[in-house]
Design a binder for this molecule. Structure first.
Ligand code: ZN
Length: 199
């Protein structure tokens, strides 16, 4: 019985190796336990459900957390938004509203309206999901280690309402090399008005 376990064990190792080859970030090394712990501690500090009630973004603005009950979210969001934002769902590739949107404007969190991405940082990744190489403000997005489905990924959540947005991968274009892969359902697009400046 003991030896029977070995082939399985090595197969698991091999599959694990394949996975890391495919998904381990180049710029961001896979995190060890200490780093994950550190990241989680940082997360708790930034977590919407903390005591301070707000955080300060890169521009120095005070952003108040949005905390609502599951029932409130269910009432306010569409079924698809609720499933994705509040229960970390994923929309099917090439089905969302924004993966092929080339209009200029701002993408806000569909849960709370916090500005998350600019069309200036949007690019065609071919993935079928809206993709950006950087957020409007890194402090508007919280990164959480995500080991679901046997994968090591970095989940992205809205820093104000905690809504699930998508994941970030290390295969994006310059200058960051990052791909913020976001569900359309997590976003609300605000088209830039004619005559408005680029910034
Ligand atoms: Zn939000």
């Amino acid at each position: 019985m003991k030896t029977a376990a070995h082939p399985l064990f090595f197969t698991s190792l091999f599959l694990l190796g394949l996975f890391f080859a495919a998904c381990t970030p180049k710029g961001r090394q896979a995190m060890n336990d200490d780093q994950i712990q550190e990241n989680q501690t940082a997360m708790e500090k930034k977590d919407p459900v903390n005591e301070s009630g707000y955080f300060v973004n890169s521009a120095g603005d005070t952003i108040y957390y949005v905390n609502k009950s599951d029932e409130e979210w269910r009432r306010e969001l569409s079924e698809e938004q609720y499933r994705i934002l509040r229960h970390a769902g994923t929309e099917r590739a090439f089905t969302g509203m924004y993966y092929d949107n080339h209009d200029k404007g701002i993408y806000r969190c569909a849960g709370c309206g916090l500005p998350l991405f600019s069309s200036d940082a949007k690019y065609d990744s071919g993935s079928g999901w809206p993709s950006y190489y950087k957020p409007i403000d890194e402090k508007h997005i919280v990164e959480v280690p995500d080991d679901s489905y046997g994968m090591k990924r970095i989940e992205l959540r809205c820093a104000r309402c905690g809504g699930h947005l998508g994941h970030v991968f290390p295969d994006g274009p310059k200058p960051t090399g990052l791909r913020y892969c976001i569900n359309s359902a997590s976003l609300s697009f605000e088209k830039k008005k004619e005559g408005e400046s680029e910034e």
